[in-house]
Design a protein around this ligand. Structure first.
Ligand code: A3P
Ligand code: MG
Ligand code: MG
Length: 381
């Protein structure tokens, strides 16, 4: 089977062990924000921006469950992030700031969810993941690859699990208002309106890991006070089961790794956690400063160290770049799609995708690899 032989021959493996060196991460700065409307249409407005308010005491997180408008799980296409990239580039050109040059210096374009998976991989013990990666004019584009099975799994969650997911959205509703709170986000909230998970407010930021400039897009739950155009006022909302003992505490501290990186990558400085009972009653609300979270878990059982993640992330990016750049020309395709597979406790493999795998990625649309043709038309015009 020659195809398998090619795949094995050019496959590269990165394992997770190795000495750790401190890696610089630049404070993310905002490029633009956008919204998804109730029908999940992209708008370059702040129509979906919400303001933080204290949730009512003892709030019932089951409230409104039967009115939840739930966006179906779909393949996380990169298209809308590319629309934002085009917009940033065009805005720069309009100010004589050389948008094309700006894009050439960007090493990676990715949704925040994918970057969080990459960065937290050294501590991931359960979930494997796969990515599609392409390099265009020196920029890497990442897209999560969901197998049909994983997609079906996400859409067929058990009723009790579905209810638990809803608790998170109900908390968001109680904690937010569509108008700024009268006195700096301290007014007590009520129900903030029925949940429609089509509606999202997103921020696109630029940052830098080691020498790699990265453009990251992701949802921001709300802002505290007023939105000033930068990331200072961003707030991430989370729910978690109340902590009743050492075991619960260790479990929560483990979860903090994901809370931390999810927020850190977008420059979100504050995470408000709603602790709830199993039956969905809000029992306590606690605010965490994102930057202080690593110190909270240091020297605890099951502690994690963000430096391990940053070092791993940097090595991951370097390996990806060198593998793709050194790709033997005998592969034929000028813009191949690479498949990255992560296996917990083991590491990642990187290999070029065969044609049959590519059909699944392209899905019959007008695409080059997984990138839409209109994106090439724009950046190469
Ligand atoms: P909680 O995080 O409060 O549980 P986010 O926290 O990223 O803003 O997401 C809001 C809610 O979406 C989450 O609330 C959770 O209910 C649901 N959610 C997000 N990511 C999920 C995932 N990977 N699996 C299941 N539910 C998820
Ligand atoms: Mg959110
Ligand atoms: Mg949240």
């Amino acid at each position: 089977m020659p195809q398998t032989a090619v795949k094995l021959a050019y496959s590269t493996v990165l394992r997770m062990a190795g000495p750790i060196s401190p890696v610089a991460f630049q404070q993310p700065s905002s490029l633009l924000t956008f919204s998804y409307s109730p029908s999940h249409e992209l708008e370059f407005t702040d129509s979906a921006l919400r303001y933080y308010v204290h949730p009512p005491r003892n709030a019932d997180l089951r409230h409104g469950y039967d009115r939840w408008i739930r966006r179906p799980e779909e393949r996380g296409r990169i298209d809308n992030l590319l629309r934002a990239v085009i917009r940033v580039r065009t805005n720069m050109d309009a100010q004589d700031l050389n948008g094309a040059g700006w894009l050439r210096d960007i090493g990676i374009v990715s949704w925040r969810g994918v970057m969080t998976k990459i960065m937290t991989a050294p501590y991931e013990e359960r979930d494997s993941w796969e990515l599609n990666v392409m390099m265009v004019d020196g920029t890497l584009y990442f897209e999560e690859h969901l197998t049909e099975n994983k997609l079906a799994e996400k859409n067929n969650v058990a009723p009790h699990h579905r209810m638990q997911m809803y608790y998170g959205y109900a908390f968001e509703s109680y904690c937010t208002s569509s108008t700024p709170a009268p006195s700096k986000g301290t007014a007590a909230g009520t129900w903030g309106g029925d949940v429609n998970t089509n509606v999202q407010w997103c921020s696109v930021v630029k940052t830098k890991l080691g020498d790699t400039r990265i453009v990251i897009g992701g949802e921001v739950d709300c802002v505290r006070g007023h939105f000033t155009g930068n990331t200072d006022s961003f707030v991430e909302l989370k729910t978690s089961l109340i902590i009743r003992g050492a075991q619960d505490e260790a479990h929560f501290e483990k979860k903090l790794l994901k809370f931390y990186f999810q927020s850190f990558l977008l420059g979100v400085p504050e995470i408000v956690v709603g602790f709830r009972t199993a039956a969905g009653r809000l029992s306590k609300v606690q605010s965490f400063r994102t930057m202080e979270i690593p110190r909270l878990v240091r020297n605890k059982p099951g502690a994690w160290d963000p430096l391990v993640c940053l070092d791993w992330g940097k090595r991951f990016i370097e390996l990806l770049k060198s593998t793709i750049v050194s790709r033997p020309s005998t592969l034929g395709d000028p813009l191949p799609v690479w498949r990255v597979k992560f296996t917990p406790r083991s590491g990642v493999t990187i290999s070029p995708l065969d044609k049959p795998g590519l059909d699944e990625v392209v899905n019959g649309e007008d695409r080059v690899g997984f990138l839409p043709q209109w994106y090439f038309d724009d950046i190469r015009s």
